[in-house]
Ligand binder design. Sequence first.
Ligand code: SAM
Length: 295
Amino acid sequence: MNKDIATPIRTKEILNKYGFSFKKSLGQNFLIDPNILRNIVSHANLTEASGAIEIGPGIGALTEHLARAAKKVVSFEIDQRLLPVLEDTLSPYNNVKIVHSDILKADVEKVIKEEMSGIEDIMVVANLPYYVTTPILLKLLNDRLPIRGFVVMMQKEVADRITAKPGTKEYGSLSIAIQYYVTAEVAMVVPKTVFMPQPNVDSAVIRLIKHDEPPVKVINEDFLFEVTRASFAQRRKTILNNLQSGLPSGKEKKGLILDALEKAGVEPTRRGETLSIQEFGKLADALHPYFCNVQ
Ligand code: SAM
């Protein structure tokens, strides 16, 4: 087996060889611990028939572990300076495709069709650039890609919010926006010392596995997310107050909101953080006739 890229010594050698300087603005904190990388990959349960999609290969630390575990790896990297480095470090692997692109602008579905035809099991596995963690996850979920799920590193604070359960202080509209599509759990908490340079925040790896069916069926998904965002706008306010301030003409529609809350079986004095995703679904459907397609 080839020597790991992600040892402190080899990483420094590679960085020196190419005169590479980290760009903080691109969230460049590279992993320098092969054990962590093996752990991340094991949480993805890849087989020799699987595909892996990576965002931000850096100098290839995680990419090579994915290349060893999966049939095909497609990696999206925004920083052009890393392309010659990756060509060098990943030269032992013939199952890796690097796509030079901003993941937020990429047509990932098209790339999957072109590069992973015939592959049935696809996971997104990445040490994400922290400045765009949430936009990346929401884009890849909204794109409804043919994937099984995600194993991704991010700042621990965001990991806690994504995986939060009702009744906790971390639970909010982000928890619902993600858990509508996937089951979400923290797979491991990761110390700062395994990165170069070390980030200022703590990190965690989360595992997201797509639901066969959403946990609640609603008339309009976008409206469900609008209702949840409004419900958490001011955490100390009751759900009634938040809906009145957050929904269009909510102030004038107090009676209709009260009616919808009653239909959904939600006490108007409750706070958003106590509602399950199923309750939000019922509430969104009860509010829908009063706020959507209104002439
Ligand atoms: N995978 C490598 C590792 O674990 O050592 C590097 C991870 S580093 C946290 C994030 C990587 O994402 C960097 O290589 C950075 O250049 C890249 N990146 C940042 N923004 C990106 C974007 N919008 N699209 C694709 N790649 C991006």
